[in-house]
Design a protein around this ligand. Structure first.
Ligand code: 13P
Length: 251
């Protein structure tokens, strides 16, 4: 069964007090509900803070980044095992901010994906085209290339072992959302590629989230598309009310 997953990417926002309050507000809103699956991805120093709030609740914890090596002299980085040990179940890989602002290349992201899959974390792999690529009609080429390169050598036993987030770079933090039809066109293309890579049964179970200016007022239309199985939310995940409304739009 394909799962609907609503994840909040808090990026480099919140302090300990805010993180606690936000996590508590979402945990209270979710209650015992297990659908949709809700994931909070706070900044690294807030992972334990958030875990302590949500540990007896269906809300899950995700990290925003991971290093491909298991340990070593990599100042500022965190390993897959470290994230597991503080209660993470998911980790975002390949966010466009990491690709563009920190120069992370597909080969490095592929190493991360392979490493994460040796442990218990599930990667949320972000892919998406820039405005320049969309205008040059390179969207599908770009998506195909990212899936091929970032998931090279990845084998899946189960469709739940991978989440894809389609995040068109031009829609992130801009207030400019892909229309449900524009997003669905790319999501169904992603599904086709996943079928080729992993077979129909597994590809059918892979959650493909949409990300890029998801708000309470556009979430329902986006999520009603057949291949849009969730949302990766930035700005609107920083307020209990707006994130709660997006969770409700999915459930
Ligand atoms: P916004 O929802 O703020 O556009 O951010 C999307 C995003 O980058 C989620 O990872």
């Amino acid at each position: 069964m394909r799962r609907t997953i609503i994840a909040g990417n808090w990026k480099m926002y919140t302090d300990t007090g805010e993180a606690k309050k936000l996590a508590q507000g979402i945990a209270d809103h979710v209650g015992n509900r297990t659908e949709p699956v809700v994931i909070l991805c706070p900044p690294s120093p807030m992972l334990t803070t958030v875990f302590n709030v949500i540990q007896n609740n269906p809300v899950l914890l995700g990290a925003q980044n991971v290093h491909p090596e298991p340990y070593g002299a990599f100042t500022g980085e965190v390993s897959e095992a470290m994230l597991e040990s503080v209660g993470c179940s998911y980790v975002i890989i390949g966010h466009s901010e990491r690709r563009i602002l920190f120069g992370e290349k597909d080969v490095f992201l592929n190493d991360k994906a392979l490493r994460v899959m040796t442990g218990k974390l599930t990667p949320i792999l972000c892919i998406g085209e820039t405005l320049k690529e969309r205008e040059a009609e390179q969207t599908f080429n770009r998506i195909e290339q990212q899936l091929r390169d970032d998931l090279k050598g990845v084998t899946l036993k189960n469709g739940h072992d991978l989440v894809i987030a389609y995040e068109p770079v031009w829609a992130i933090g801009t207030g400019r959302t892909a229309t449900p039809e524009q997003a669905e066109e790319v999501h169904s293309f992603i599904r086709e590629r996943l079928v080729k890579m992993f077979g129909t049964a597994i590809a059918d179970d892979i959650t493909i989230q949409y990300g890029g200016s998801v708000k309470p007022d556009n979430a329902k239309d986006l999520l009603s598309q057949p291949n849009i199985d969730g949302a990766l939310v930035g700005g609107a995940s920083l307020k209990v009310d707006s994130f709660a409304a997006i969770i409700d739009a999915a459930g």
